[in-house]
Design a protein around this ligand. Structure first.
Ligand code: 13P
Ligand code: SF4
Length: 314
């Protein structure tokens, strides 16, 4: 399977981009693995004719918006995102209309129509920088993640920030109670959390950041053990970069209490991210399907908000 993928990729001048939440074997075959911000920068810069996106729909759509002349393939069209789903264009349009004079900042975890209604996109890796690029008294709408939005609001002290009430099912499933219990069991471990986690969880974290920032922290930090409070796919790369360190996933609230922390069967996979398999990547490359398309009128508007983000995050 891997040989066939490599052969097709070369013959078709294709590139495979994968998010840190992807299955290990998918991360291994990818040309580039990164967080949402790094992946959008790669999608904008690549010279390949075909981009196979081992991630979720909004990521592939972002790649298509940035590189309309390229063929962008998403190996499984069911790879959606519960956070993107929590912000529908009609309600969002009404919300913006009800709050004129606000600058709209949207997380890239949104559909193209939401991006087209947005002034500046952001990711978890640059949200703070994007918000700080605006004058202090600027009125801001931040969508769709309430946890990331409220976290940024709390660290910037910005009162003029309206936060959309959306969330991701994976990060909502982490509880402060479970985390406290695990911290008691492993007192030496540092806690790393993604800003999509709820506030009580974030308050217990030693470091908060995007998947790339969490990974980077584990490479530079001196601790030997970490509790990783985000989708556990990122642990594959952490372990690869720091083979002598221990990484413990935090099981979600629905896992049995008796589940050991290092049993990944009990932890909190993103069911959308894990839909991508080597078989589906191979099929996508072979048949050049399923292809992601974005209507040109929406694409042009959405592109502006993504390019503004890329410009501001330099
Ligand atoms: P990153 O911005 O860290 O890549 O996170 C993307 C995501 O889907 C988080 O749930
Ligand atoms: Fe969406 Fe959450 Fe999955 Fe990230 S982890 S892709 S935000 S559902």
């Amino acid at each position: 399977m891997t040989d066939k993928i490599k052969q097709l990729r070369k013959a078709k001048n294709a590139i495979i981009l994968a998010h840190f939440y992807q299955r290990p074997e998918v991360q291994e075959i990818a040309d580039f693995v990164g967080d949402s911000l790094q992946l959008s920068a790669q999608a904008a810069a690549t010279g390949a004719d075909i981009i196979v996106f081992a991630g979720v729909h909004f990521m592939a759509e972002t790649a298509k918006i940035l590189s309309p002349q390229k063929k962008v393939l998403l190996p499984d069209l069911n790879a959606g995102c519960s956070l993107a789903e929590s912000c529908d264009p009609d309600s969002f349009k009404k919300f913006i209309a009800a709050h004129p004079e606000h600058t709209v900042i949207s997380y890239v975890n949104t559909g193209a129509e939401i991006k087209a209604l947005t002034d500046i996109c952001c990711t978890s890796g640059n949200a703070l920088k994007i918000v700080n690029s605006l004058p202090e008294n600027e009125k801001i709408i931040f969508a769709p993640d309430r946890n990331l939005g409220n976290y940024i609001k709390s660290i910037t002290g910005r009162e003029n920030m309206l936060v959309w009430d959306g969330a991701c099912h994976v990060h909502e499933a982490f509880s402060a109670e479970r985390l406290s219990a695990l911290k008691k069991q492993r007192p030496e471990a540092k806690t790393l959390a993604h800003p999509e986690c709820k506030k009580p969880v974030l308050l217990l974290a030693d470091f908060i950041g995007s998947t790339a920032a969490l990974l980077d922290f584990t490479k530079k930090d001196a601790a030997q053990e970490y509790i990783v409070v985000t989708e556990p796919g990122v642990i594959f790369r952490m372990q690869k970069e720091s083979p002598h360190k221990t990484f413990l996933p935090l099981p979600g609230v629905s896992a049995p209490v008796s589940a050991p922390a290092d049993d990944c069967g009990a932890c909190n996979d993103c069911r959308f991210m894990k839909l991508t398999t080597l078989e589906k990547i191979c099929r996508a490359l072979e048949y050049e399907q399923p292809e992601i398309l974005v209507p040109e009128t929406i694409r042009k508007k959405a592109e502006k908000s993504i390019l503004r983000m890329l410009e501001l995050s330099k």
